[in-house]
Design a protein around this ligand. Structure first.
Ligand code: ATP
Ligand code: MG
Length: 310
C-alpha cells in the first residue's frame, strides 16, 4: 500500500517539481498524473542551455547542475517554532505534536526516529507541506508555510521538496528516464534539456545503463535510485524520505543510504524517517520523538554506517 507520509494514504502523492501522482482506483499503484500546479523552478535553476557531452559529464559529476551540488550558505532549510498538531476525533483529543521547536540547517542529513504513534508521520506531513500545524510557525527555506492556502502549499511543496517513498511510487510501464523526466515536463523545461537532465540524474545515481528499463525490469534498490533521481532532478531545497529503505534488503539499504550520504556530501539537505538504527547511523543528526515531543537530538560524531557492510 502506498503511503505518502508513513501511515495515511492521501489520494495525491507529491513527487516534487510540479506534479503529483494520483493514486489508482482500487488501492492499486499510482497510475495517473495530475498537474496540480504549473510551477516554474526557482530563478536561475530552470534551464541552462544546450548540454554538450562534456557538460553532461560534469553534470553527472555534480559540479555544474545545482541540483546535484548545492553550495552551503549556512542557511536554515527548516525552522519549526512551537509547532503543535492536535487531532480531535469526537471527544478525544490527540496531541500528535506538542510545541516542537526544530531547526535544520542547509546541508544536514537528519534521521527522525520514534516508536509507533510518536508523531513521525505527523511531522513528515508538516515538513512536507502535506498538512499545516494547528499552532506554531513553520518556515521552509525562508517561506512561512504555516498558514498558506492549499493551492499555494502544493506549489511550495513542488518547488522545494523532493519526495522519496518507501514504495518508490514510479509510474508503471514507463521507462526510468521518462519517470525521472516527468517533474521537468510539468515545470516547462524543453524536451531536449529535460532528457539531458534526466539522463544526468540517472548517471548520478549509478543507473546510466538502465535508462530505458521499465520499473518492473529493475531491482528494488534500482527502483529507489530512479525515485531519488526523480527527486533530485528539479533541484529541491531538501529531500524528504519516508522510510526509504523500508522495502529493501540489507545490501540495497546500504546502497541507498550511501547514495543519500553522497548527495548530502555535495550539499543536499536530507531528512528521513526510519525505524532502523542501522539506517539512522548514516545520518549526521538523529532526532527521537516520543508522544509528539523531541526527547533526544544528537549529532553522530562519525557516521558509523559509511563504508561498513552489514
Ligand atoms: N488523522 C488523524 N486523526 C486523529 N488522530 C490521528 C490522526 N493521525 C494521527 N493521529 C494520532 O496522532 C498520533 C501520532 O500519529 P503518527 O501517525 O504521527 O505516528 P507515527 O510516529 O508516524 O507512528 P507509526 O510509526 O506507527 O507510523 C497517534 O496517536 C495517532 O493516533
Ligand atoms: Mg507513521
Amino acid at each position: 500500500m502506498v503511503s505518502a507520509a508513513g501511515g495515511r494514504t492521501p489520494a495525491l502523492l507529491p513527487c516534487g517539481g510540479g506534479f503529483d501522482l494520483v493514486k489508482g482506483s482500487g488501492g492499486g499503484p499510482p497510475d495517473l498524473l495530475s498537474v496540480t500546479t504549473q510551477v516554474a523552478l526557482p530563478p536561475g535553476r530552470v534551464d541552462f542551455g544546450p548540454v554538450t557531452p562534456t557538460a553532461l559529464r560534469r553534470l553527472s559529476n555534480g559540479d555544474v547542475f545545482p541540483g546535484f551540488s548545492r553550495s552551503h550558505d549556512g542557511g536554515k532549510v527548516i525552522e519549526l517554532e512551537a509547532v503543535s498538531k492536535l487531532y480531535r476525533t469526537g471527544p478525544i483529543k490527540v496531541h500528535a505534536l506538542s510545541a516542537v521547536d526544530l531547526t535544520i540547517d542547509e546541508g544536514d542529513l537528519v534521521a527522525i526516529m520514534g516508536p509507533s504513534g510518536s508523531g513521525k508521520s505527523t511531522m513528515m506531513n508538516i515538513l512536507g507541506c502535506l498538512d499545516v500545524p494547528t499552532s506554531g510557525k513553520y518556515m521552509l527555506n525562508g517561506i512561512d508555510v504555516s498558514r498558506v492556502k492549499e493551492n499555494r502549499l502544493a506549489e511550495i511543496r513542488n518547488q522545494q521538496i523532493g519526495f522519496v517513498f518507501q514504495s518508490f511510487n514510479l509510474i508503471a510501464r514507463t521507462s526510468a528516464v521518462r519517470n525521472v523526466e516527468l517533474p521537468l515536463v510539468y515545470a516547462g523545461v524543453s524536451q531536449r534539456n529535460r532528457r539531458a537532465r534526466a539522463r544526468a540524474a540517472l548517471e548520478r545515481v549509478g543507473l546510466g545503463d538502465r535508462q530505458n528499463h521499465m520499473p518492473n525490469e529493475l531491482s528494488g534498490g534500482q527502483q529507489q535510485r530512479v525515485a531519488i533521481a526523480r527527486a533530485l532532478v528539479t533541484d529541491p531545497a531538501m529531500i524528504l524520505a519516508d522510510e526509504p529503505t523500508g522495502n529493501l534488503d540489507s545490501a540495497s539499504t546500504v546502497e541507498i543510504m550511501r547514495l543519500l550520504v553522497e548527495l548530502n556530501e555535495t550539499g543536499r539537505t536530507v531528512v528521513l524517517i526510519t525505524h532502523e538504527a542501522e539506517v539512522a547511523a548514516f545520518a549526521k543528526r538523529v532526532i527521537d520523538l516520543r508522544d509528539g515531543k523531541i526527547v533526544r537530538d544528537v549529532r553522530n560524531g562519525v557516521r558509523s554506517g559509511v563504508g561498513s557492510e552489514r
